[in-house]
Design a protein around this ligand. Sequence first.
Ligand SMILES: [Zn+2]
Length: 322
Amino acid sequence: MSGFVAFTHPREAPVVSARAVPAPGPGEVLVRLEACGAGAADFGFFQLDALPRTPLIPGFEAVGVVEATGGGTGVAIGTRVGLTPLASVCGGCGLCERGLERWCPKAVLHGWHRDGFLAQHAVTTDRAVVPLGDGDDASQWAPLFASGWTAMGAVRAAGVGQGGRLGVIGVGGLGHLVVQVASAQGLAVAAWDVDADRRALAGEAACPEPFPMESVDALIVCTPSTQAIQQALRAVRRGGTLVLAAASPSVRFDLSLFDTVMRGVTLAPAFLGTRSDLTELISLARAGVVRPRVTRRRFADLPGAFWALRDGGFTGRLVFNP
Ligand SMILES: [Zn+2]
């Protein structure tokens, strides 16, 4: 049998359950999971009145070892892999052709359209796996494959040139990676968070001489908070860019139409990045420039650990080990 975590009813905490080990079909691989990150997007399903599917196994980012293949894949059994949420796309639409496959209308995402990675085993596709080395720490690497990748996409979406100033609001599992990625790209970056411990998490990579939020060229909002988004719109300079990098299925926001238009603010979404962004991110991680900070929990710690996604009290990204 194989354990998994799933939402089974709207507005009820996820439960730990077990099933037969799933079998990979043609073009698929079976991965024995070692670590899976969890964040606000996973918690957001709890707040929906209707789940997109039941049971819904959450989990967008993981590391594991390929245990079986259904044939027709380029991945050998025994390979340690990172798993991204992007299981498949159409490959032929305008978005796919422009390298924006993550927004393909036919995109199938783990943790949403099909089973996610908060499980002992997952079946996925060639497209979702990234070969890693045997020595890579599973828990520390897991957050790279959705949060880290989104951090790359967010910094790119901000469009700040060399020497420009970038601001980050929210220094959680995603935000601290945005700070690291932006700093690695030579940008001056400052970060804000209501929590002192999380502000400290940004400290190592943030600009030693903080600057006011009102002076940045772009702000990246890394917390799915209506108030944070509204604050960012008020603060971002005229002609600046406001990047929305934290997605939650249950959060809505409203902004002043007049402020947005008359101050020339560009709103930009960030969700994952391009394939070359992912390659570059892995190089940065290998060089030790990007290093996810994680807090480890076991499945047995659920559902208590689940409430930490709402209440905080942990550092960096929450990572579950089966
Ligand atoms: Zn497409």
